[in-house]
Design a protein around this ligand. Structure first.
Ligand SMILES: [Zn+2]
Length: 158
């Protein structure tokens, strides 16, 4: 569960988190004033970014994670190896329940999800001393245990 034992390379982890931070700058969040950036790493090494896009009709709001995954899938990309998420708060926050379910549709339960704090760069610079850059690593299965997914629809029915 520490940042040392990731299933992607340290270099990919770093560029994925940086991409999520870059994505956050394009958040459209005039109502919540809560910016979120997300970035998916694909099996081909590509990164697809997304930010939260709010709407005056609040139900039309789309989270950063779903913006990114919908962008990717609509361009024919459906294989992902990792996700990074960042907000403007110093705690490493996690995707909402709705996003977890949408991620579940396309991603392995073992896929790592990196939850980065807003002050990631400062913490990374200081991590040389304590080894902690503030990033939490979780798998999709940890965030969405006993989940319902596409394969469940294939089960025999009585
Ligand atoms: Zn969400």
């Amino acid at each position: 569960m520490t940042s040392k034992t990731t299933s992607i390379s340290a270099a990919d982890r770093e560029r994925l988190i940086e991409a999520a931070i870059q994505a956050k700058q394009f958040a459209y969040s005039p109502y919540s004033k809560f910016r979120v950036g997300a970035a998916f790493l694909t099996t081909t090494g590509e990164i697809v970014k997304g930010a939260n896009i709010e709407n005056a009709s609040y139900g039309g709001t789309i989270c950063a994670e779903r913006t990114a995954i919908v962008k990717a899938v609509s361009e024919g990309i459906k294989s992902f190896v990792a996700l990074a998420v960042v907000t403007d708060v110093k705690a490493a926050l996690s995707p909402c329940g709705l996003c977890r379910q949408v991620i579940r549709e396309f991603c392995s339960l073992k896929m790592p999800i990196f939850l980065a704090p807003a002050d990631y760069f400062e913490r990374k610079a200081n991590a040389k001393e304590d080894g902690d850059d503030g990033v939490k690593e979780r798998t999709l299965e940890e965030l969405l245990p006993d989940s319902f997914g596409p394969e469940d629809l294939e089960l025999p029915r009585s």
